[in-house]
Design a protein around this ligand. Structure first.
Ligand SMILES: Nc1ncnc2c1ncn2[C@@H]1O[C@H](COP(=O)(O)OP(=O)(O)OP(=O)(O)O)[C@@H](O)[C@H]1O
Ligand SMILES: [Mg+2]
Length: 178
């Protein structure tokens, strides 16, 4: 194992991921990768016709390079899906790094309050979000289970995939291109 750790920030919008990610990056001298802070200056849009997945893939590639160099990384992606998290946990092992899932739960009332406050103070770092958006997103979020939080065994990749690296390369185009 290298000394490097891959921190995976997991949580719904306004859960406090980027705030905690900044703290972790400072505490562990880690590289923080926050896709929103690239999507907004580049495209002014969170998805940009799917370019988000390419951008996230390029940032995963940067993350893997850093881990191999012994630098810890904070991946500030949200990671709503268990498959995404499993793939990144697998990739961390592939790079001989440790992986830590950092889950930040948040209730809807807190989300609304924080989103309103953030629009006042840091509108350039985020996108507009309505209460209807929040209601639609919450059921899509897969809460991390005990194995994920405790660094337990990885599940098998979905049928059709030989390993999680192949799944990741399909989900995040170009994530394995050096
Ligand atoms: N522990 C906390 N206590 C109080 N306020 C907080 C806390 N964590 C974050 N905030 C505030 O809540 C707002 C949202 O936090 P942050 O931007 O870190 O969330 P996020 O999970 O990164 O959201 P997004 O998914 O939209 O990027 C910010 O204005 C931040 O200052
Ligand atoms: Mg954020």
């Amino acid at each position: 194992m290298s000394d490097a750790t891959l921190f995976l920030m997991v949580g719904l919008p306004a859960a406090g991921k980027t705030t905690r990610a900044r703290e972790l990056a400072a505490a562990h001298r880690a590289l923080r990768l926050t896709p929103d802070h690239w999507m907004i200056p580049l495209f002014g849009d969170s998805m940009a016709d799917g370019k988000r997945w390419v951008l996230e893939g390029r940032l995963v590639s940067v993350a893997l390079q850093a881990l191999r160099l012994g630098t810890s990384v904070v991946l500030d992606y949200g990671l709503w899906g268990r498959d995404e998290r499993s793939a990144l946990r697998w990739l961390a092992r592939w790079c001989s790094a440790t992986c830590q899932v950092v889950y930040l739960p948040v209730e809807k009332e807190m989300q609304l309050a924080r989103i309103a406050a953030r629009r006042e103070t840091a509108a350039h770092e985020t996108f507009p979000m309505t209460e209807a958006d929040l209601d639609g997103w919450r059921p899509q979020f897969e809460v991390p289970d005990a194995a994920e939080l405790g660094g337990g065994e990885l599940p098998e990749p979905p049928p059709g995939w030989g390993n999680w690296g192949e799944w990741a390369a399909d989900h995040w185009p170009s994530c394995l291109d050096g």
